[in-house]
Design a protein around this ligand. Sequence first.
Ligand SMILES: [Fe+2]
Length: 300
Amino acid sequence: MIAHGGSPRDYFGEFKVPGPVVPLIAVPTTAGTGSEATPVAVVADSERILKVGIASPFLIPHTAICDPELTLTCPAGLTAIAGADALTHAIEALTALARPIDGQTTHEHVFVGKNALSDTYARQAISHITDGLARAVKSGDDMAARESVMLGALLAGMAFGVSGTAAAHALQYPVGAVTHTAHGAGVACLLPYVMHFNRSHAVKSMAEVAVAMGAAAGHDDAANAERAIAAVASLFGAIGIPRDLAALGLSENQQDWCAEQSMGAARLVKNNPRPLDVAAMRTIIGAAFAGRRDLLDADN
Ligand SMILES: [Fe+2]
């Protein structure tokens, strides 16, 4: 990108990369971001508190070499937060807003919106990550588990590269900035609360999450959506993800600022299945801070 002149700051946001970059060969050494298959790069801006995203179709790698052996040296904590990030990608992709497609879609949105193909990748990603993540965290030399998580992370990247991610990712940018915590820990801590907030607008896709996680029972979508949320919270608890934002290190008086700042990630906010505003973000943060999904019930 720098070959085109200017500073990386010129490229923050969507569609700012002016043309093709040199062919990119991505070799992931964690199983998490899915960057080997997405149009997104996230960079730290030394002049801002927040990390910033660069989203452009020109950033999709030409080749991805995904070798789970390269993750064998990841310690348990890193394995957990990277894998939790990948599961969050897949779930936010499957439950994202489906937007109408027209001739302008690919010019107006880097993330064109979920569709049948992204859903297929997302469901498979959820299944593989659910299968392998806890084992990979517990037994780092379990190659089958490592392989499942790496395949899941790649599939999740292929899903959210189309659909985009949503509220959990939008909220993590400011939460991560003020708590100085890892991206994966933040999005995963937030995800059960975001799912609870969104469930009335994504019942069917959230029931599909339960099916992919092996947590579904019967055919009642609303009940299975609840089971999906419980299964995600249980898996994340088992691998050591903080259960609430207070445990992540957020202070009570930082909640308003985080809610306001989260709306700045417009490319993510617009993908959320339930419309978001500052008040909605503040409601989610309040529940996530208190560790109480039931605080979102009145709102559903
Ligand atoms: Fe992420």
